[in-house]
Design a protein around this ligand. Structure first.
Ligand SMILES: Cc1cc2nc3c(=O)[nH]c(=O)nc-3n(C[C@H](O)[C@H](O)[C@H](O)COP(=O)(O)OP(=O)(O)OC[C@H]3O[C@@H](n4cnc5c(N)ncnc54)[C@H](O)[C@@H]3O)c2cc1C
Length: 392
């Protein structure tokens, strides 16, 4: 098979890139290790920045999002038993976030790609990328037992943190910047109508907790836990008891409880590779950077990367200009580091650190007190939370 842009991975980055290229009249092919059913049910992110929402709607894949997405104009920070609202829309001059599950975005994008003729190849194995510094790179893989190859002009490595593209850079090219955290998140999906209309980020002596939702009927809740926590030690009663202890506020509010539909542990990591390109291959999304989930940024950053890449490729095919492609890494890393900073800041402000002697707790409470009483500080949080403007 021959195409212009070969894309490894049908996550938000790979599918959105393929969709944007199609709108520019550029051919692409997406190869994905998992089945269509698997990626359309995989529960992950759920908070979309204003720019992500606008892009999905303006490019024709936002119909269900407009109908089913929950638009939130604020978030709450809870500490000392009291909740404090940050009015995102007022502080940012009109922006908001939308709660719409990542797997719903995936369903919308897969449908759009297949309706437009794709191709999206699922269930592939043994992916490899070749000839990255030549004019004719290729993706080789096994499908239905047979080795196949897609030759292309460019490869987009959108295969997530555990993919193969990043590891295919020649040794010595990549610099890795990494930070791991001494905790993880235990997350549940519960069949319970959300007891609050907005997300609540809670700082508590027992550890961080997040109240969020996926729909009018499904609540999504997270608890800070140990990085090596055994989910088997967390029967539903223990989870609800811990959630009540951390989330309940002195006005009597606590989350509505219901059957737990799913539970799992999510690790916390900050990770960036530089550069995000080598020869004719470009990394995008989690393949190039991971943020701790506290800032709700991973999916949004993946979409921001491919927006830059699609524009650079469109410019190349329209005029032969390579300068935007050459600047791809620099342009994306500028945003990625600002998002890393914000995600690290939210994480360090809201979580309990085991080695803390009491100094950090008092500093964290002072920071939350300042944040919720200073318009300037609330504005800084709000403009990062709804998403920084796109740069080209
Ligand atoms: C529990 C959880 C909660 C999260 N919450 C949020 C949130 O609230 N907001 C937010 O913005 N982000 C959140 N994130 C992060 C967000 O989900 C990721 O940042 C996002 O999925 C990145 O998209 P991507 O396309 O780069 O990578 P992925 O979604 O990981 O997609 C990569 C794709 O490549 C495929 N693949 C891998 N290897 C190969 C191979 N060798 N060959 C072919 N295909 C391959 C994978 O199967 C996958 O489909 C969360 C993540 C988790 C795990």
């Amino acid at each position: 098979m021959r195409t212009q842009v070969g894309i490894v991975g049908a996550g938000p980055a790979g599918l959105m890139l393929s969709h944007l290229l199609h709108l520019e009249g550029i051919e692409s092919a997406v190869v994905e290790a998992r089945s269509r059913e698997y990626i359309e049910e995989r529960v992950r992110a759920g908070v979309l920045e204003q720019g992500t929402v606008d892009l999905l709607i303006h490019t024709g894949v936002g119909e269900r999002l407009k109908r089913q997405g929950l638009v939130h104009h604020g978030i709450e920070l809870s500490f000392g038993g009291r909740r404090h609202r940050i009015n995102l829309t007022e502080l940012t001059g009109g922006s908001a976030i939308t709660v719409y599950a990542q797997h719903e975005v995936i369903k919308d994008l897969v449908k759009a790609r297949l309706d437009a003729g794709g191709p999206v190849l699922f269930d592939i194995e043994d992916t490899g990328v070749h000839g990255l510094d030549s004019d004719a790179p290729a993706i080789r893989f096994r499908k239905d037992g047979e080795i196949q190859e897609i030759s292309c002009d460019f490869i987009a490595g959108c295969d997530g943190f555990h993919g193969v593209c990043r590891d295919s850079f020649p040794s010595g090219v990549l610099n890795i910047y990494e930070r791991s955290y001494p905790f993880a998140w235990l997350g549940i999906l519960a069949e319970a109508p959300p007891a609050s209309e907005e997300l609540i980020y809670t700082y508590h002596q027992r550890g961080f907790a997040l109240f969020s939702m996926r729909s009018q009927a499904i609540t999504r809740l997270y608890l800070q836990c140990a990085p090596d926590e055994d989910i088997g030690q967390w029967p539903d009663d223990r989870i609800w008891g811990e959630l009540r202890a951390r989330l309940a506020t002195s006005d009597g509010w606590s989350p509505t409880e219901g059957p737990v539909l799913q539970k799992g542990i999510t690790g916390m990591r900050s990770f960036v590779v530089e550069p995000m390109q080598f020869g004719r291959m470009f990394l995008a999304g989690d393949a190039a950077h991971i943020v701790p989930p506290t800032g709700a940024k991973g999916l949004n950053l993946a979409i921001a990367d491919v927006r830059v890449l699609a524009r650079a490729l469109a410019e190349f095919y329209a005029s032969g200009r390579r300068d935007l492609l050459d600047q791809y890494s620099r342009t994306c890393l500028r945003r990625a580091w600002k998002v890393q900073r914000f995600s690290w800041w939210m994480t360090s402000m809201l979580h309990r650190f085991d080695e803390d002697s009491g100094f950090d707790q008092r500093r964290q409470l002072a920071e939350l007190d300042y944040l919720t009483s200073s318009r300037a500080a609330m504005t800084a949080l709000a403009e990062n939370y709804v998403g920084l403007p796109m740069e080209w």
